[in-house]
Ligand binder design. Structure first.
Ligand SMILES: *Cc1c(COP(=O)(O)O)cnc(C)c1O
Length: 390
């Protein structure tokens, strides 16, 4: 197999049908047949995945998507799920048991936070939180029953960056499973596993699909960690649809190309917005003003596709901005070829208090832009004309 991940994203193929099709075939089938009763009995004789039985367990199209992501993340194996949240939930359920403790960054995706605070306690699993700005506090949160450390870097929507290598050293010392949600970066920008993470997961719904079409999730890592996850998915059923896997597998062929353009556009727009009179500041991992700029430069290939800025006028200014956009879409998704604007304080995080929002890096005037693949001048022009003060 070719060495470069760019090539693997395009060329890695599972077995083809007798038609010798060039592109990825879609195996839209719920189950697979056997030639003899003995073959059927053998298929069920162990938990290993050596033959396709039923698409909840495995499917060639889903396997191709998993193999590509595992190669791109520089690791051995993976599982795929119907959504990103299913991947996160499967990871918690597989590796945490009653009486265990998990440490998480306080700034994580909203539904992830809900699983940690509302559902895990039902099974007697406790969580502690650390602020992404002070990772040195992690050590003080470790208990004898701490089993997992969970982070997003860059975080959503605060764009905080965590030093993956430094945190992995703490996890190794205390024998804690280190799980990274790599959704904002994608493997084209950052590979946490070679930096010391144990498992990497994604909402494939975002940049991996890249065109806002399908939902999906994936977890990758060493074979011995993936095996219990595989059994969890096989038995409890959050499996990925072969159709979605086919869409996502084709998307991976353009991932590097797309992420380079997302980042190029994002850098251009973030730089142009610096010093604008309507905003207090712009945040982008590759702007030297980012608080963790040095860490971002060390572990990311580019700054990714998300830019945030803070409008001076608070919540009202945020509403004004959204209402005055002419091209950018107002929607909750991100990582799309179409640029998207969102205002967390009046939408996704409106139920939190100002103090709770501040803890996860959301100020009243914070605007998150998922920079798309349109011409950067058109994106910038729309942002500038929607500003409350020109
Ligand atoms: C969207 C998102 C998720 C959840 O993924 P779904 O596919 O919507 O279930 C998890 N983590 C991050 C960082 C996200 O942006």
């Amino acid at each position: 197999m070719a060495e470069h991940r760019e090539t693997q994203a395009i060329r890695l193929q599972m077995k083809r049908t007798g038609e010798k099709e060039h592109s990825t075939p879609l195996y839209l089938t719920s189950s697979f047949v056997y030639d003899t009763a003995e073959d059927m009995a053998a298929a069920f004789s162990n938990d290993e995945l050596d033959v396709n039985i039923y698409s909840r367990f495995s499917n060639p199209t889903v396997d191709e998507f998993i193999a590509k992501i595992a190669a791109l993340e520089n690791t051995e194996d993976g599982i795929a799920t119907g959504t990103g949240m299913a991947a996160i939930f499967a990871t918690f359920m597989t590796f945490l048991s009653k009486g265990d403790h998990i440490i998480s960054a306080s700034a994580v995706f909203g539904s992830t936070h809900t699983i940690l605070t509302k559902y895990l306690p039902k099974w007697g699993i406790e969580a502690s939180y650390f602020n992404m700005a002070s990772p040195e506090s992690i050590a003080s949160l470790i208990r004898p029953n701490t089993k997992m450390l969970y982070v997003e870097t860059p975080s959503n929507p605060g764009l905080d960056i965590l030093d993956i290598e430094a945190v992995s050293e703490i996890c190794k010392k205390y024998d804690i499973l280190f799980v990274v949600d790599n959704c904002f970066a994608t493997p084209a920008v950052q590979q946490p596993i070679p930096l010391g993470a144990d498992l990497v997961l994604h909402s494939a719904t975002k940049f991996i699909d890249g065109q806002g079409r399908v939902l999906g999730g994936v977890v990758v890592g060493r074979k011995e960690l993936i095996h219990p996850l595989y059994l969890f998915v096989r038995n409890t059923g959050p499996s990925m649809s072969p159709f979605n896997a086919w869409v996502l597998s084709k998307s991976l062929e353009t991932l590097y190309l797309r992420m380079d353009r997302h980042a190029e556009n994002a850098m251009r727009i973030a730089s142009a917005l610096q010093g604008h009179s309507a905003i207090n500041g712009v945040k982008y991992p590759f702007l030297p003003t980012h608080p963790q700029y040095d860490i971002a430069r060390k572990q990311m290939r580019n700054g990714g596709g998300i830019v945030t800025f803070e409008l001076k006028g608070g919540v009202d200014a945020g509403r004004h901005f959204l209402n005055n956009l002419k091209m950018l879409s107002m929607t909750n998704n991100l990582g799309d070829s179409r640029s998207i604007a969102s205002h967390p304080a009046s939408t996704t995080h409106s139920k939190l208090s100002d103090a709770e929002r501040a803890e996860v890096g959301i100020t009243p005037g914070l605007i998150r832009i998922s920079i798309g693949l349109e011409h950067p001048d058109d994106i910038l022009q729309d942002i500038l004309q929607a500003m409350p003060v020109k």
